[in-house]
Design a protein around this ligand. Structure first.
Ligand code: FSX
Length: 461
């Protein structure tokens, strides 16, 4: 059986699942006069009797999607990802849940910690999604790494709900999260791995990994595609920046709604615009690095590379985006980057208290060149901290820096050559107006005092 799914770009995706092949081709759908949103169903999850909808995913044919369900699964995690997401501001969870962002459907979040329902009432919607009776498209979110408990005859390392997946099952054993993932991933419009545990394996998969923990992609395999033809989307970070996640969800919803392109993902499935730059490039301390000034202990204000910061090679936008609402973040708070967004984390970055070996080379080069750069900058800075008027009078009339002088002889020589370069091919207005008179009312109070003293002198004589 072949189902064509109209998606809002020209990609053509094939997902093989037994006999079933799903093809996503906007071009074909348009050629058939179907446009978007005309396919009966996509994937086993909605069965043959679900309503027509967007991409065949169960939404209304009468208009845009009104709601999309998000099923949150937690494996081997510390719940830090959930905490991060609750702090997201742009967009916020509240905005997504309220459907207040123009064009986006309302998000119905099923979260094991945040949902108000519990027990069977909570897992009911998960079951509906798994057996194809939900009637709405859904996105699956995996927090925490995936343990290797499928190899166990019974038992689990991470579970949610109980009683088995067969409604007639008499058992009350907890249901493994790994089973939920197997059931929900094939019918999901997208599967998003949040946090480094879910994206790459993270801390539970570090050396000595007794649970056999792995990433969501390791578990589902590299051939996994969602019903929209999208591989696992990875938003790393331990914990991740909450806004990175909600921004990606918003982008996926626009895609699902048919009014936006699939968010650009890099070769590891990361949102490309969020993870292409290094920490160092946007770090508030990066200027110290180029001047060869390094912190010697936590709390120092300089570049942290020599006390264990891996920022120059780590791909992460925390220095640009901050932790919450563009505030805070590791380096701003004084913490060295330990590479938590990277697939090599944590093993390849440990021990965290030692400087990266590569920093010895780059640090030495930076110290050498930085010393010269620093001196030149100090000279320029001294010049730029004087107004043109102060240069002409030869003094700096500030009570705060008494004794600050006008330009020194060396400074004048340096300034002469600097200006030659600066104004080459253009007009130096200061030079063109150098005959402009010194303002007569400068230092007015002293003038008044002098005048008063002079008047008193005349009166007494
Ligand atoms: Fe992992 Fe999430 Fe690290 Fe925690 O729950 S990404 S341990 S900070 O935050 O899964």
């Amino acid at each position: 059986m072949t189902v064509k799914i109209g998606v809002p770009d020209t990609q053509s995706c094939v997902y093989e699942q037994g006999e079933r092949v799903l093809m996503a081709s906007a071009t074909q759908a348009e050629a058939d006069g179907e446009g978007l949103q005309t396919v009966p169903n996509a994937g086993d999850v909605f069965g043959d009797f679900t309503p027509y909808g967007v991409g065949g995913l169960g939404g209304s044919t009468d208009g845009p999607l009104e709601e999309v369900h998000v099923f949150w699964l937690a494996g081997m995690s510390c719940d830090g990802c959930s905490v991060s997401v609750t702090g997201a501001t742009n967009p916020s969870i509240e905005e997504l849940l309220a459907g207040s962002i123009p064009g986006l459907p309302r998000v119905v979040l099923h979260h094991p910690v945040l949902s108000v329902t519990a027990g069977a009432g909570f897992t009911k919607m998960f079951r509906k999604a798994a057996d194809g009776t939900l009637g709405h498209p859904y996105v699956g979110v995996m927090e925490g790494s995936v343990p290797d408990d499928q190899i166990l005859p019974e038992g689990y390392w991470s579970a949610m709900g109980g009683g088995g997946f067969d409604p007639d099952s008499p058992g009350d054993q907890p249901n493994r999260v790994t089973d939920w993932v197997k059931l929900l991933a094939p019918g999901a419009a997208a599967m998003v791995a949040i946090g480094t545990c879910a994206t790459w394996g993270g801390i539970p998969a570090a050396a000595g990994n007794v649970t056999g923990s792995m990433s969501l992609t390791d578990y589902l395999g590299q051939d996994y595609r969602s019903t929209l033809g999208v591989p696992v989307v990875n938003v790393p970070g331990c914990a991740p920046v909450g806004d990175n996640f909600t921004e990606v969800v918003a982008g996926l919803l626009l895609f699902l709604q048919g009014i936006g392109p699939l968010p650009e993902l890099d070769e590891l499935g990361r949102p490309a615009w969020q993870f292409k730059e290094t920490v160092h490039r946007h770090c508030a301390r990066a200027g110290y690095y180029e001047e060869g000034r390094f912190a010697e202990m936590p709390g120092d204000q300089e570049c942290l590379v020599e006390i264990g910061c891996w920022g120059p090679v780590v791909q992460c936008n925390i220095t640009e985006r901050g932790a919450i609402n563009h505030m805070g973040g590791c380096m701003i708070a004084g913490g060295a980057c330990i590479g938590c967004t990277m697939p090599g984390f944590p093993d390849k970055f440990s021990p965290f208290y030692k400087a990266p070996p590569g920093s010895a080379v780059s640090g030495t080069i930076s110290r050498t060149t930085g010393a010269g750069i620093r001196r030149l900058r100090r000279m320029s800075q001294a010049n730029l901290n004087r107004s043109p008027l102060w240069d002409r009078t030869g003094e700096v009339p500030t009570p705060y820096g008494r004794g600050m002088s006008g330009p020194t002889t060396v400074g004048k020589v340096e300034g002469f050559f600097y200006k030659r370069l600066q104004y080459r091919g253009s007009t130096n207005l200061a030079k063109a107006n150098k005959t402009q008179p010194i303002p007569k009312s400068m230092n007015i109070l002293e003038q008044e005092r002098d005048r008063a003293a002079a008047t008193r002198g005349q009166e007494t004589t």
